[in-house]
Each structure stands twice: as C-alpha cells, then as structure tokens.
Design a binder for this molecule. Structure first.
Ligand SMILES: NC(=O)c1ccc[n+]([C@@H]2O[C@H](COP(=O)([O-])OP(=O)(O)OC[C@H]3O[C@@H](n4cnc5c(N)ncnc54)[C@H](OP(=O)(O)O)[C@@H]3O)[C@@H](O)[C@H]2O)c1
Length: 356
C-alpha cells in the first residue's frame, strides 16, 4: 500500500511507521514540518526501509498542508490510506487558538487534501478523552457541544465530527487511545508530554525542594486516590493502528484503552518511587486541609494533568476487541510489573528530560 502519514516524527508516529514498514510492499509518504528531524528518523531505519520512506515538507495548519501544486498533482491517485496523527497534545486552557489551529483546522486541511488526492481510507487518531466530563466512554461520537475539561478535548471532539462528515467521500475510521506510555517490552518512550510531562514537573519540584538539606516535611499532592489512570503502551496502540487497512470498518470508532486500569494511588506510588521523591504525599480531593505556598506551587505545576487523576472512567472497547479478533494482537493486559518498568524507564532514560 501507499500510505500517507502526518505526525510521523512524534511519539506514536515513530512507532507506527516502524510497524507499517515491516510489510515490504508498503511505501510511506510522511508530511513533516521539520525535514532534518524526518531525515534523522529515516536514517534510523535499515537501508531497504529508508528507500520506502518519502518525505514531504508541510504544515497541517495551512491549506493543502502547505504542499506545492506539483506535489499534490504527483500524489493524486497514488495514496491508498491516510493516517492523520499530527496534533498539538497540550492541555493548557490558554492555548485554545493554537489547539484549534493544529487540531481542528489541521484535520480539516488533511481531510480536504485526502479528498483531493482521491484517497480511499482515512484513519484519524483522536483521544479516549473526547469523553470529556462523562464517566463512561462509548465507541460513538459525542455531542460537539458537550462538557470538556480543556480545549484539547474539545478540538478533538469537533475534529471527529469533521472526519465523519467526509464519510461519503472515503472510508473513515477513528481510533481513540487513552494515555500513551512507553513500550511494553522496553519502556522506551520518546515523549515529553502527558504522563511524561507530569513526571517531569514532579521531578523539577523535587529537585527544587531537595536543595534545602535536612528538611523533614512532606508535600501534598491532591488526587482522587481511587480514580484510575488509563495507560496504554505505545506498541499496543501502534499494533492496533497497523491493523486498520485490513480490519477497520468504515464509520467505526475504536477505543485503544486499558480495560483494567490501575488506581491513581497505585500509579502515584510507582512514580514516587521511581523519582525517589520520599516526601511526596497523596491526599484525597475531597479532604479538608490547607495547602501551604509550596504545595500550591506543586499542585499548580501539574494542574493541567490533574483532570486525568480526577475520576474513575471506564471505556468500552468492543469494536477494538472485534478488530483484533483472529490477529496476533492480544487484548491489553497491563501487569503491575510492566507499569513499574515503563515508569522506571521513563525516569531513567527519557533523553535525560525527566530530571531526578
Ligand atoms: N500521547 C498521548 O498520550 C496521546 C493519547 C491519546 C491520543 N493521542 C493522539 O495521538 C496523536 C499522536 O500523539 P503523540 O503523542 O505522538 O504526539 P507528539 O509526540 O506530540 O507528536 C505530534 C506530531 O504532530 C506533528 N505536528 C504538530 N503540529 C504540526 C503541524 N502544524 N504540521 C505538521 N505536523 C505537526 C509533530 O511534528 P514535529 O515533530 O515537527 O513537532 C509530531 O510529529 C495525536 O493526534 C494525539 O492527539 C496521544
């Protein structure tokens, strides 16, 4: 197949492209902002695979993703499937304009481009957190005017509606991963965002306070202890996405989620140990206490991530179970040891980005 991808220089994209190239008949056409970064990615593959990676410079915030007329003409009629992964993955409330430019307008431009290129199949990578403030995630579209925790979620819900509005032009399917973490076998993760942003912020706070030698006090982090943290290893997500051309049904939505997620208190314990942050204490969201200035700073640093520690969400994934049925991809069973290993690897080797 000839497969066009956006977001291939990102955390998930790097893994997906590796999977897709394992099929020797696949050629991948990647739309990237930064050609040098893409060339470094291409150089990381074997020579034969490198020859099947075609780099196109562009930007999804621009119509036609900034491709030249010649490029568009050359690609027309050639592409069998598009994977649209590129997005701004940030939860800050004040980034609304940037989030909508990248996630909503970006998706609109890629859909328009795909229709122009006469693409047959379109796979959109959304997020399980389109569920917003609801407590049960279903594999259906949510109302575009629902209640969201941040503009990231809203931009993704509205983009899903856009994607489905193209269903008369091509086959469209939507994939919704939960919080993507490192590889289930190696722990490797090329990400600074979501869980890794959270751990990094805790690491920075720990380092700041550790300068004060001999101080014996705890710092309280407010979280719903029995809420759940829905983590999914990046290889599980990429494996499911790779099945799409053969197995995905048009107009279907697939949750890539953990059916048995750990409780926040368990995950925070693992993170605390991995960061060697003995003075971190978790207190319940509903408790009565007054945080001091430093604790307010700590909780402020991780404020944007806290909606994901707030409740016990569940996600249906019946469509995904059907999709992986009869394939080599097993339904996710994320064991405690695997989570420990992924978190530890994230702290040890995230390119030195998580500073202990
Ligand atoms: N990470 C998670 O926990 C998670 C969870 C659920 C869903 N998702 C979804 O999964 C997808 C991939 O996420 P990720 O974690 O791999 O994100 P990531 O590491 O931040 O990568 C984002 C990718 O999008 C590209 N991109 C951003 N803006 C662009 C633009 N204007 N034009 C062209 N390319 C642009 C980036 O290019 P550069 O390399 O140039 O920056 C990068 O390749 C996203 O759609 C995200 O919403 C992620």
């Amino acid at each position: 197949m000839n497969i066009f991808l956006t977001g291939s220089t990102g955390f998930l994209g790097g893994k997906l492209i590796k999977n897709l190239l394992q099929n020797e008949r696949n050629e991948v056409y990647i739309l990237v902002r930064n050609v040098e970064k893409a060339e470094r990615l291409r150089d990381s593959f074997q020579l034969e695979e490198q020859g099947r990676i075609h780099i196109f410079q562009g930007d999804i915030t621009i119509p036609d993703a900034g491709l030249s007329k010649d490029d568009v003409e050359w690609l027309t009629g050639k592409i069998d499937a598009v994977y649209h992964l590129a997005a701004l993955v940030k939860f800050d409330l004040d980034l609304r304009d940037e989030l909508f430019a990248a996630n909503y307008n970006g998706t609109m431009h890629i859909l328009e481009l795909a229709a122009h290129l006469q693409v047959k199949k379109f796979y959109y990578v959304s997020t399980a957190y389109t569920v917003g403030k609801l407590s049960v995630g279903v594999e259906e579209l949510y109302p575009p005017e629902g209640e969201f925790n941040n503009p990231y979620e809203e931009s993704k819900v509205k983009s899903e509606h856009l994607v489905f509005s193209y269903r008369d032009k091509m086959d469209v399917s939507i994939f919704r991963p939960a919080i993507i973490v490192g590889d289930s076998k190696t722990g490797e993760a090329d990400s600074q965002f979501t869980l890794y942003g959270f751990m990094r912020a805790l690491g920075v706070f720990k380092r700041k306070t550790a300068r004060r030698q001999g101080e014996e006090r705890n710092y309280r982090l407010v979280a719903a202890k029995n809420g759940t943290s829905n983590l999914v290893p990046v290889d599980y997500v990429a494996d499911i996405l790779s099945l799409a051309p053969d197995k995905a049904h048009p107009d279907k939505i697939y949750h890539i989620t953990n059916p048995n997620p750990p409780e926040n208190i368990e995950l925070l314990k693992v993170i605390k140990e991995a960061l060697q942050f003995e003075h971190l204490e978790v207190v319940e969201t509903t408790g009565e206490y007054e945080l001091d200035e430093e604790e307010i700073m700590l909780n402020g640093l991780i404020d944007v991530f806290k909606v994901y520690l707030a409740g016990a969400l569940t996600f249906e994934d019946r469509n995904t179970q059907e999709l992986i049925g009869g394939t080599e991809v097993a339904h996710l069973e994320l064991r405690d040891e695997t989570i420990d290993m992924i978190i530890q690897a994230g702290c040890d080797s995230n390119g030195g980005k998580i500073i202990i």
